[in-house]
Design a protein around this ligand. Structure first.
Ligand SMILES: NC(=O)c1ccc[n+]([C@@H]2O[C@H](COP(=O)([O-])OP(=O)(O)OC[C@H]3O[C@@H](n4cnc5c(N)ncnc54)[C@H](O)[C@@H]3O)[C@@H](O)[C@H]2O)c1
Ligand SMILES: O[C@H]1[C@H](O)[C@@H](O)[C@H](O)[C@@H](O)[C@H]1O
Length: 334
């Protein structure tokens, strides 16, 4: 069976996913697309070089008879509306992060999915599908460093055009999700510490930031978020355990000795760092969706990430340690 997909939002990542669904993966094809206007959707269809119909609105895509499942890759503030509409139409929906821009919005999705009685929603936390994070998790699960005590993460973008608190909602949300998955733990509090702002940052962005999360099992996690580090796209995670220390493996590059220096290359964009993870994430989603099964990060995971983002935003403004309090996890997501 070939899963026929409708995509909403044909910007940077929308086109990436259109390409991978039609040209790289098996068992799926994009048959419908929308953006803010018909022309934008048609231009993306032409650029990617696929046979698909352009629609004027995301709701038309969701309700199109030829669409079996929906992929939402539009701007974050539009996600809630489209995910709720897909649930209403009874169609499986893959939504890029963030699931919604507030925890309340995520809870509305959780409630709608439970009311529908079907597991329909997956959130695009692709790091769970990354070979490096999967290796780190396998080592942790087999007791390779004993109980983990401290995690030190860094999330560095060469340049990111964010303002205000968007970094905590749109960027660190990946750490908020992947560290819960890796450690099988939940957060209890958040603190955000601001060093002086880099002189290379424009606008009102406080960059870099240091986030400190404490977990239910007593771990401390630090996340350095640096959205404009200039030198590359660099994702780090060091786990300090009772009997050893483990590091997130880094993508291989050709070691170069030249001009009295010994060096390795650094990837410069998330698209290249996580290209394999996106492929695995979507192939597994397509396969599970075709079988009517649930797979991968759920709407509940989207909700927990949003609660964590909200607590970090509050902590940045209050400069206090803020509690992270979750609603009770519904049996539907256990
Ligand atoms: N998982 C990841 O690593 C990752 C990477 C990049 C982006 N994202 C997420 O994907 C989403 C899109 O990001 P992007 O980088 O492609 O942004 P983008 O600005 O390049 O594209 C967003 C597109 O959505 C369209 N859009 C806005 N409102 C719409 C509406 N009502 N209906 C249909 N289309 C609409 C815009 O016109 C634009 O073409 C964001 O939520 C972002 O956080 C995730
Ligand atoms: O939307 C992107 C994407 O989610 C990347 O994975 C992240 O590193 C960036 O900070 C963010 O802007």
């Amino acid at each position: 069976m070939t899963l026929s997909i409708g995509i909403i939002g044909t910007g940077a990542i929308g086109k990436e996913h259109m390409r991978r669904l039609n040209h790289t993966l098996k068992g799926a094809r994009v048959v419908a697309a929308s953006d803010v206007g018909l022309e934008q959707a048609q231009a993306a269809i032409d650029e990617v070089g696929i046979e698909a119909r352009a629609y004027a609105s995301g709701h038309d895509v969701i309700n199109a008879a030829e669409v079996d499942a929906v992929v939402v890759t539009s701007w974050g503030p539009t996600h809630e509306e489209f995910v709720l509409a897909a649930i209403e139409a009874g169609k499986p929906v893959f939504c890029e992060k963030p699931l919604a821009t507030t925890a309340e919005g995520c809870l509305r999705i959780v409630e709608a999915e439970i009311a529908s009685g079907r597991a329909l929603v997956q959130v695009g936390f692709m790091r769970r599908f990354d070979w490096a994070y999967r290796q780190l998790k396998a080592l942790l699960d087999e007791g390779g460093i004993g109980q983990p005590l401290i995690a030190k993460c860094a999330h560095r973008n060469a340049q990111a055009n964010f303002s205000g608190d968007a970094g905590l909602i749109d960027s660190c949300v990946h750490e908020f999700d992947v560290m819960r998955w890796l450690l099988e733990d939940d957060y209890v509090s958040a603190q955000v510490i601001q060093p002086r702002v880099s002189s290379l940052v424009e606008g009102d962005l406080q960059d870099p930031s240091l986030i400190i999360l404490r977990t239910r099992k007593g771990m401390v996690i630090t996340i350095e978020s640096f959205l404009n580090c200039q030198y590359g796209y660099d994702i780090r995670c060091e786990l300090v355990g009772e009997s050893g220390v483990a590091d997130l493996p880094q993508p291989a590059s050709v070691p170069l000795r030249h001009s009295a220096r010994d060096s390795l290359g650094v990837i410069t964009h998330w698209k290249d760092r996580f290209i394999d993870a996106f492929d695995v994430e979507f192939q597994e989603w397509v396969d599970a969706t075709a079988k009517g099964e649930r797979h991968g990060p759920t709407a509940w995971d989207g909700y927990v990430a949003a609660v964590t983002s909200d607590a970090c935003v509050k902590a940045r403004h209050s400069q206090q340690v803020e509690p992270i309090a979750l609603a009770e996890r519904p049996a539907f997501y256990r």
